[in-house]
Design a protein around this ligand. Structure first.
Ligand code: GGG
Length: 351
């Protein structure tokens, strides 16, 4: 009998509606060749749904998603809807409900893609972003709205368990790579949570022989990523810092349009979610020019997570080959549209 993986698809908003179908076309080709079936279940949630129903997804959405092996997400964000609605109405509830506490974001130079900085063409790193706590917190409030005394308080939540599992994940990953974990904080300015992060990460890594720990402040890290992008192997950072650094690292590799991410539930008791690092890009949405590589690569990470390793590798090789041949979207200095690029990848997949 054919292996079947049930996949929830939320194309979402903006260019998500263009790059998700592009990636699905290629994923179906490799699935067919490797003898398994991807049973896509499409959920038309996001900002259009919000306009009709006043919510990004229905009340039982998380129950519906939980019946799938994985979730394939495009992007959320709409210029007419507050970002707090789009993020807290869809992305963050999914990450939390399914305990997707690791956000894995590999960044490496791709063939045929030039980096704007020296050394960017050789970079190969992975960002382990803590994904369910930290600065992304609903704890806080606003007072005296619209008055001269107006104030806002926003708490960051860091737990020993949350930091330990992120550090553990980073250490295991590094031990199979070059053995270096760079932990990023702002411990000189943020005096409670960040020194706590430093302590727990150091304790956790002490149990991993052969893995070196390097600590760095986030401001210095931003500069060093640009000046010496090959100096890093595995980077572990909080929810906010990991998010910022992955956009920066993606841009150094050539374009944020090529950067993938996996929101992982490492215990596999719940579905994990795979999405590009980029957002909905309303400035280019609907023009057919979005780069589908981040979405395709996220799809390859999903296949790997589902145990379809050979199929995943074939898809990565195909888009790398196409890039190397010089077929590139505009963000990479080329002229190809989303469908030109996708058709080229399909042609380079083994039949
Ligand atoms: N690809 C999903 C997406 O739309 N990301 C945009 C975004 O703002 N994400 C915030 C986050 O990852 O925390």
């Amino acid at each position: 009998m054919t292996r079947q993986h049930d996949i929830a698809v939320i194309a979402g908003d903006g260019i998500g509606l263009e790059v998700v179908p592009a990636a699905i076309r290629c994923l179906d080709v490799v699935a067919d060749r490797h003898g398994f079936d991807l049973a896509w279940r499409e959920y038309p949630w996001g900002s259009s749904y919000f306009r009709q129903h006043g919510a990004m997804m229905p009340a039982d959405a998380l129950d519906q998603l939980g019946r799938n092996a994985a979730i394939f997400l495009g992007a959320v964000g709409d210029p007419e809807i507050p970002d707090t609605e789009t993020l807290w109405g869809l992305l963050i509830p999914i990450r939390r409900r399914f305990h997707q506490y690791i956000n894995l974001r590999p960044v490496r130079a791709l063939p045929g893609v030039s980096s704007p900085v020296r050394g960017g063409g050789e970079m190969d790193l992975v960002i382990v972003r803590e994904n369910v706590e930290g600065e992304y917190s609903e704890v806080g409030g606003r007072m005296y709205r619209g008055q001269p005394a107006e104030a806002a308080i926003q708490e960051a939540i860091f737990t020993r368990a949350g930091i330990t599992r992120a550090a553990e994940f980073a250490a295991r990953l590094a031990s199979g790579r070059r053995g270096l974990v760079t932990s990023v904080t702002k411990s000189n300015g943020i005096v409670h949570t960040m020194p706590f992060w430093d302590e727990v990460v150091a304790e956790t890594l002490a149990g991993h022989d052969g893995v070196r720990l390097e600590k760095i402040l986030v401001d210095a890290m931003a500069a060093k990523l640009v000046l010496a992008p090959t100096a890093f192997d595995v980077i572990v950072a909080s929810n906010l810092f990991g998010d910022i650094l992955s956009d920066l690292a993606g841009a150094i590799a050539g374009s944020i349009g090529v950067a993938p991410s996996a929101n992982l539930n490492p215990e596999r008791t719940h579905p994990s979610m795979f999405e590009p690092v980029h957002g909905s890009a309303p400035d280019i949405a609907g023009q057919g020019i979005a780069n589908p590589v981040g979405q395709m690569w996220a799809g390859a990470m999903m296949l790997e997570h589902l145990g379809e390793t050979a199929a995943a590798a074939e898809l990565v090789t195909a888009f790398e080959t196409v890039l190397d041949y010089g077929v590139r979207t505009r963000d990479l200095g080329g002229t190809a549209g989303t469908s030109d690029f996708t058709e080229a990848v399909e042609r380079h997949l083994p039949s």
